[in-house]
Design a protein around this ligand. Structure first.
Ligand code: ATP
Ligand code: MG
Length: 387
C-alpha cells in the first residue's frame, strides 16, 4: 500500500498574509529538512503538503526531521487507498490493523476535499466505522474520548487514511518574515531567544563575541554546537565569530570598573548592528530578561539600546529562568548550554556593576575610547562559520 507524509499548516494563520509566498517558503524549508539522499516527491494541494518517499521505511525519520520545521501544525503517516467504499473499508482495516488491535476505543472522522465524491462525510464515517467495528469486535466506539481517531480524507487522487497525528513546531516558515541577527552566547537564554524569533518566520544569522585566549576553543565549539542545534529550526545558520579581546582590554584599561559591563554591552550592540546591516538583517535579538543580571535592569537596557538604530528583540524579556530552561530542554539546547566553559562576560564582569547607569556618564567614559576603530577592527577580523 502506498504511504506518504501528510502535512497540515493551519490555514488560519494564512489569513491576511501573502499565501503563495508563505506556502512556497514552507515547501522549500520542508525540502531542505529532508535527508540528503531523499528520493521521492514533495507536492502541495488544497492546504496540504505531501511528502512521498520511494522507500516508506524512511517515513519515521522524515516525520522526526519535519517536526522542527516552523509553519507545520501537524503531520502524519498516511496510507493511500482507492476512492471507493470497499477500497476504503478493506484498506483501512488492513493498514490500521496493528494500531486498532492494540487499543480499546476509536472513532472515525471523514473529510471530503473532493466534493464530487458521491458519499457525504457522515456517510463515510458510518460506513468505514461500521466495517472497522465488525473487523475488530473488541473495539468500542467513543466519540468524545477515543484512544485513536481514524481519519479518512477523500482527496483528488486517493482516500487517505491515518491515525495518530504528530504535532508540528507551529509558527511560520523561516524566511517568510525577514531576517535578524542573534547575539548568541554560550548560555541558556540566547538559543531560546533565537528559537522564538525563528518560530515567527524570521531567518536568523548569529554573532558570537569571542575573547581568545580568555575564552578557549572549547568555548567556541560549544557555541557552534548550540548554533547547529538551532540550525535544525533555522537551516544554514551563519555564525559570525567576532574577535572581542582587544575591545574588552581597551574598555578595562580606560573605563571605571562599575561601567565595564554596560560599555561592553553597548559595544557588542554596535558591532552586531554593523554585521546585521551588512548581512541584510533588520533587527537584533538577545536573550536578555528583565532583572536577570546588572546589565538587564530597565535602566541598563535603556542605555544599551541608546546605541542601536535597528530594533532589538528580546523574546525572553518577561520569562523566569525556569520558563526559559523548559524551552531550552524542549529544543535540546539545555545540556550544551550548561557545559562549564568560561565565557567572555564572566571573565570581564566587575564585582559591583552599576545597575542604574546614566547615559551621559557612560558616554563620557566611552569618549576615552576609539569606538569607531574598535568596531571596525572587530568587524574586519570576523570569521564566518556556516553550520
Ligand atoms: P544567555 O543569556 O545566553 O544565557 P548569558 O546569560 O551568559 O547567556 P548574558 O550575560 O545574560 O548572557 O548576556 C545577555 C545576552 O547578551 C545574551 O542572551 C546574548 O544575547 C548576548 N551575549 C552575551 N554574551 C555574548 C557573547 N559572548 N556573544 C554573543 N552574544 C552575547
Ligand atoms: Mg542571560
Amino acid at each position: 500500500m502506498k504511504q506518504l507524509v501528510l502535512i497540515k499548516y493551519g490555514e488560519i494563520i494564512l489569513k491576511g498574509l501573502n499565501r503563495p509566498f508563505f506556502e512556497d517558503a514552507l515547501v522549500k524549508n520542508i525540502k531542505a529538512a529532508l535527508p540528503k539522499d531523499f528520493k521521492g516527491t514533495v507536492h502541495r494541494a488544497q492546504a496540504t503538503i505531501y511528502v512521498e518517499p520511494e522507500n516508506p521505511d524512511t517515513i519515521d525519520d522524515i516525520i522526526r526531521r519535519l517536526t522542527k520545521v516552523f509553519g507545520i501544525t501537524s503531520l502524519t503517516r498516511a496510507f493511500c487507498l482507492p476512492k471507493d467504499l470497499e477500497g476504503m473499508q478493506k484498506g483501512a482495516a488492513e493498514v490500521l490493523a496493528p494500531t486498532l488491535s492494540a487499543i480499546n476505543s476509536f472513532k472515525v472522522e471523514a473529510k471530503r476535499a473532493d466534493k464530487k465524491f458521491p458519499m457525504t462525510s457522515p456517510e463515510i464515517c458510518r460506513e468505514v466505522g461500521g466495517y472497522l467495528h465488525d473487523a475488530f469486535p473488541h473495539l468500542t466506539v467513543d466519540v468524545n474520548n477515543p484512544d485513536e481517531t481514524v481519519m479518512v480524507e477523500v482527496r483528488e487522487q486517493y482516500a487517505y487514511v491515518y491515525c495518530g497525528r504528530v504535532k508540528g513546531a507551529g509558527g511560520m516558515p523561516v524566511g517568510s518574515n525577514s531576517k535578524a541577527t542573534l547575539l548568541l552566547s554560550g548560555g541558556i537564554d540566547s538559543p531560546v531567544a533565537g528559537y522564538m524569533t525563528a518560530k515567527r518566520g524570521v531567518r536568523l544569522n548569529a554573532v558570537h563575541f569571542f575573547s581568545y585566549p580568555y575564552t578557549g576553543e572549547r568555548a567556541k565549539d560549544k557555541v557552534l554546537t548550540l548554533a547547529k542545534l538551532l540550525a535544525d529550526y533555522n537551516p544554514r545558520l551563519d555564525v559570525h565569530v567576532v574577535p572581542f579581546t582587544e575591545a574588552q582590554l581597551a574598555i578595562k584599561k580606560h573605563c571605571p570598573a562599575e561601567q565595564l559591563t554596560i560599555i561592553m554591552r553597548r559595544l557588542m550592540m554596535r558591532i552586531a548592528e554593523e554585521i546585521a546591516v551588512k548581512t541584510g538583517a533588520k533587527a537584533l535579538v538577545t536573550g536578555e530578561s528583565i532583572g536577570q543580571v546588572a546589565s538587564q535592569t530597565v535602566e541598563a537596557l535603556g542605555v544599551t539600546d541608546a546605541v542601536t538604530n535597528i530594533p532589538v528583540f528580546r523574546p525572553v524579556i518577561g520569562m523566569d529562568k525556569e520558563e526559559i530552561v523548559t524551552i531550552a530542554r524542549q529544543i535540546g539546547t539545555f545540556e550544551t548550554s550548561i557545559l562549564p566553559y568560561e565565557d567572555c562576560c564572566t571573565i570581564f564582569t566587575p564585582k559591583h556593576p552599576n545597575t542604574k547607569p546614566k547615559l551621559d556618564r557612560i558616554e563620557a567614559s566611552e569618549a576615552k575610547l576609539d569606538i569607531e576603530k574598535l568596531v571596525a577592527d572587530a568587524v574586519a577580523g570576523t570569521e564566518v562559520i556556516t553550520v
